[in-house]
Design a protein around this ligand. Structure first.
Ligand code: PBG
Length: 328
């Protein structure tokens, strides 16, 4: 039965009516807020390419965590900027590493009861060359060596779990890392630490601002031999399948906005908790438009997040978490 019997506008006539028929919800508890922890005390250093994002010393990170908790945000995703970098990414798996220190401090704060603490597991912030694994020399030049990297990733995850991470989230895209991390966690007694795998992570221009925030840009080459080709949806599903097979408890899709079809396909194919990461470039391009006055800030923030939820994400990692929580 079509017009004039059917009039779609009938259910749009007032906000209560629209609320009643709304299909997708957005709550502060669905949002995960990334923090970049750096050495020092009282440090709150602005990241140029990401207005509103800071490198925070441990004490400042605790304050930020407490604010996030009071806003009802679901959790934090922690990254670290170590004092020194080396070929073996020592800062990543050192029990006294910067994220480990941050985890212990946040765990002792009042925020700990409210927030899920997720630790990103990767080596790129800790290696002198900025790649996500160890490097070997080959006749053609240098290569990121898969299998030796697994040992370091496992060590990193176990150390982060010991320091208090509720979830470990590998973002390196080495083959076999989920199995290696599961083994390392189980061997160190953390059988209950879940793995959130960045199962399909695409080699993306949209990570640009993050590499300033985390000081993690590769010093040579790019990440295309380990992160996925942006053209490939079927391959993304295969990556997810393999990670679940290796023991991933939940999956994270990344980036979000340019890859909403991948999020939707993952939702339809896998019955596991699924998150999406609205990455640094997605954040920065919106911020740039806000600064120019070209977009309505509050509406654009919420619409960008709602779109990601509608595509099928249960939760969203976003630098807008605090802004969005205040609006909701
Ligand atoms: C580490 C990592 C990156 C991001 C999350 N974990 C950078 C990269 O892969 O180069 C990007 C997050 C963002 O852009 O907000 N491997």
């Amino acid at each position: 039965m079509s017009f004039p019997v059917t009039r779609m506008r009938r259910l749009r006539r007032s906000e209560p009516l629209r609320a009643l028929v709304r299909e997708t919800t957005l709550n502060p508890g669905d949002l995960i807020y990334p923090l970049f922890i750096c050495p020092g005390e009282g440090v709150r250093r602005a990241v140029g390419s990401m207005p509103g994002v800071f490198n925070l010393s441990v004490d400042e990170a605790v304050r930020e965590a407490e604010e996030a908790a009071s806003l009802g945000i679901g959790g934090l995703l922690l990254f670290g900027l170590p004092d020194t970098k080396d070929e073996q990414a020592t800062g990543a798996w050192d029990d006294n590493g910067i994220v480990q220190q941050g985890l212990r401090a946040i765990k002792q704060s009042s925020a700990a009861k409210e927030l899920v603490l997720i630790a990103d597991v990767c080596l790129c912030e800790y290696t002198s060359h900025g790649h996500c694994g160890v490097i070997v020399k080959t006749p053609e030049g240098y290569e990121v060596d898969n299998d030796p990297s697994l040992e370091l990733l496992g060590r990193t995850a176990a150390s982060l779990a010991r320091a208090g991470a509720d979830i470990v989230a590998p973002s390196d895209m080495m083959d076999g890392r989920v199995a290696a991390i599961r083994r390392a966690l189980d061997q160190s007694g953390d059988i209950n630490a879940p793995i959130l795998s960045y199962a399909s992570k695409f080699a993306s221009a949209f990570y640009g601002p993050f590499r300033e925030a985390a000081d993690s840009a590769p010093q040579f080459g790019d990440r295309k031999t380990y992160q996925m080709d942006g053209a490939n949806l079927r391959e993304a599903l295969r990556e997810i399948d393999l990670d679940l097979d290796e023991g991933a408890d939940m999956i994270l899709m990344k980036p979000a906005m340019p890859y909403l079809d991948v999020v939707r396909a993952a939702r339809e194919n896998f019955d596991v908790p699924l998150g999406a990461y609205q990455v640094s470039g997605e954040y920065s391009m919106l911020q740039a438009a806000f600064e120019k006055g070209w977009l309505d800030r509050d509406r654009a923030i919420l619409e960008s997040l709602l779109g990601i939820r509608r595509a099928g994400a249960d939760f969203i990692v976003t630098y807008f978490a605090k802004d969005a929580a205040k609006l909701l």
